[in-house]
Ligand binder design. Sequence first.
Ligand code: GDD
Length: 412
Amino acid sequence: MSSKAIILVGGGTRGTRFRPLSLDIPKVLFPVAGRPIISHALSALTTVPSIKEVLLIGFYDDSVFKDFLAEASREFPQFSIKYLREYRALGTAGGLYHFRDAILKGHPYRLFVIHADVCSSFPLAEMLSMFEEKEAKAVILGTRVEPQFASNFGCIVMDSATKKVIHYVEKPESHISNLINGGVYLFDRSIFDVIAAARNARAEQARDDPSEDEDAQEVLRLEQDILVRLAQADGFYVYETRGFWRQIKTAGSAVPANALYLQKLFQTDIDAPHLARASATIVPPVYIDPTASVDPTAKLGPNVSVGPRARVGAGARVKEAILLEDTEVKHDACVLYSILARGVKVGAWARVEGSHITPADHSTVIFKNGVRVQSVSILAQDVVVGDEVRIQNCVVLPHKEIKSDVENEVIM
Ligand code: GDD
């Protein structure tokens, strides 16, 4: 019996918290651990042999995914991958409904739906086993977060004996549970009946409220409109993962996501291509693109990705960082807890740094001397940092030249 997967990729008008990095590249194509964010989800889908087709649904222009689709089709020959474009943002369930004929073509028995912006160990096979064992209609991935972060997510109350979802509230105002929606679902085909019922209820409401415009009725939210309904019926279960999970929302969250995916790669495939071997100057895991050049006296790691044609000079130190293509870190410079976007140049003896956050911190904001700042320093495309300059906890917009020390600022 065949299955399909849908990855919700959103569009350019969303994901604004990923700026300034998304000015240059759509968030879902931003590389972490050397690969576009979305490729990590595609790799996970290869563990489910019954998946023959993956549909990316979003409202980006078609051209955005053209090159990616060509590359992904070569990398993942086991399934066909297509992009379906919503004519406007239809919400997390609106796109599913709009493209229901394409999704149901070939009579898939089960549908995985994945948010493109989650970083996870993606326990899809385990979700599938639960789905079959429980004869479920829907299984949601759940993960525990520290209680102070729970209200940023959909919160799940489950029956701990049966794992049945008994209550679901999207981003509640008060604490109801620290088991949250991990943005990965497995549905059977009856999900379209639930979406249709939600749509009809919406249309009925609109009849009573003539101020609601017709286009707005097309917008359906998986969370508020569908999951809440599923929780009121039978057959909705939660698979609680103990594997890693975090969202990639802000630009800074790419740094902990990079660390999590690199660690996974290091633990599961120590001989993975382009993972640098441990040595006096390499603290694993470190990913180095084969076209990058790293001086043997530079010290890298842990949790560093070095992109195509990047150059790292003698005596440099790079830790917990992403260096994108064509970046340059000159000799004796230091880059810590930071992202250097395409073409950034860091001068000799310069220091670009953010602050340490743990992957369990579901926020990239920290307080320094009572001021809210980004924990990760982000230098956008083609920024130039002068020799000996120190940058701490700053976001620098594209093409700026930084000639003197800066701290806790957004430099426009
Ligand atoms: N195709 C499409 N169309 N995709 C969309 C749309 C849309 O109109 N709106 C959002 N998405 C995609 C986003 O790109 C992202 O991958 C995912 O759907 C969820 O995005 P948001 O709507 O911004 O929700 P959120 O991230 O604040 O919260 C959701 O995800 C959390 C887990 O990461 C909720 O489902 C939470 O309950 C959940 O905990």
